[in-house]
Structure formats: structure tokens, C-alpha cells
Write a protein that binds this ligand. Structure first.
Ligand code: 5GP
Ligand code: ZN
Length: 151
């Protein structure tokens, strides 16, 4: 879809209130794209280096570090550097970032030695989804057999 077409589609989809909300969301997205961390966000602070973590991957878009309370022999958290509250906030435009996030996860599974045996990627969304840190992250869990469904 061209930029003009997607602009038109967005215009058709958005009512007056939605347009205002979309404007706010766009402004927030621009702030995040400009590299501004969300206030009081633990993972933004880890990304900025002001809270320490055991970092296992770091590039201009994505970071990964060991979970402070591991639930499996390998338990990594993979985050976009840019603040995104959760997967609920994602849009089509985040496709390249997500591709990179998942590719980093695959590389880490290989380097952790759990790729061949199998592992799990999961992202919790909202309170009932078990999300406690409101900055999008993938949990990479492996090194043991994992039950299904999760609790
Ligand atoms: P959620 O519950 O939001 O899906 O996952 C948040 C994860 O962050 C939890 O597994 C929790 O153990 C981990 N966590 C919380 N605080 C810290 C911290 O200060 N450092 C690290 N490395 N992990 C943390
Ligand atoms: Zn954040």
C-alpha cells in the first residue's frame, strides 16, 4: 500500500475522537522514535544503562538481558530500545522492528544452546496476561521441558 493509500485508509478508519487519539499516539510514537524513554519505565532505564542487567545482546534497536528471577535454566528478556507499552500497541509499521526482535531471539536461542531442543517465546499483555513491566518484551525460556498451557 502506498503512503497516500494508507493515509486515506487511516482517514477512513478514524472517527473524530479516534483521529484525536491517533494524533496523541503519533506524538508519543515520535517521542519514542526520538529516543525518549518513558518516565519510570524499568526497561527503558536498563536500555539507557541507568539500571544494571546482565546484557547478552545490544544493538541500535534491540537489547536482551537475563531475567532477574529466571523461571527456566535459560530465561532472557528481549526488548525494543524504543518504549512500546505492550504488543497491544503494535502496528503494521513495527514489522521491521519485530522481524529484528525475533531474529535476535533466534540467534540467542542458538548461542544459549537451546535451539535444537526447543524453547518458548512469550509476551504477556496487561494485568490478566501476567504483564508486570509495561515495556514490550519477549521472554525466551528454555533448557527444560515447558508445560502447556501456561498457568
Ligand atoms: P512480565 O511479568 O512483564 O511478563 O515480565 C517481566 C519480567 O521482568 C519478569 O520475569 C521479572 O522477573 C523481570 N524483571 C523484573 N525486574 C527486573 C530487573 O530489575 N532486572 C531484570 N533483569 N529483570 C527484571
Ligand atoms: Zn520503557
Amino acid at each position: 500500500m502506498s503512503a497516500a493509500e494508507s493515509g486515506q485508509a487511516a482517514g477512513e478508519a478514524a472517527g473524530a475522537g479516534e483521529a484525536a487519539a491517533a494524533g496523541e499516539a503519533a506524538a508519543a510514537g515520535e517521542a519514542a522514535a526520538a529516543g525518549e524513554a518513558a518516565a519510570d519505565c524499568l526497561f527503558c532505564r536498563i536500555a539507557a544503562g541507568s539500571v544494571r542487567a546482565t546484557i547478552v545482546h545490544d544493538d541500535d534497536r534491540v537489547m536482551a538481558f537475563r531475567d532477574i528471577a529466571p523461571r527456566a535454566p535459560t530465561h532472557l528478556l528481549i526488548i525494543p530500545r524504543r518504549h512500546i507499552d505492550s504488543a497491544l500497541e503494535l502496528t503494521e509499521a513495527d514489522g521491521p522492528l519485530l522481524g529484528h526482535l525475533f531474529a535476535v531471539a533466534a540467534d540467542l536461542a542458538r548461542s544459549e544452546g537451546i535451539a535444537a531442543g526447543g524453547y518458548r517465546l512469550v509476551t504477556n499483555i496487561g494485568d490478566r496476561g501476567g504483564q508486570t513491566v509495561h515495556h514490550l518484551h519477549l521472554h525466551l525460556l528454555g533448557g527444560r521441558s515447558l508445560g502447556w498451557p501456561p498457568g
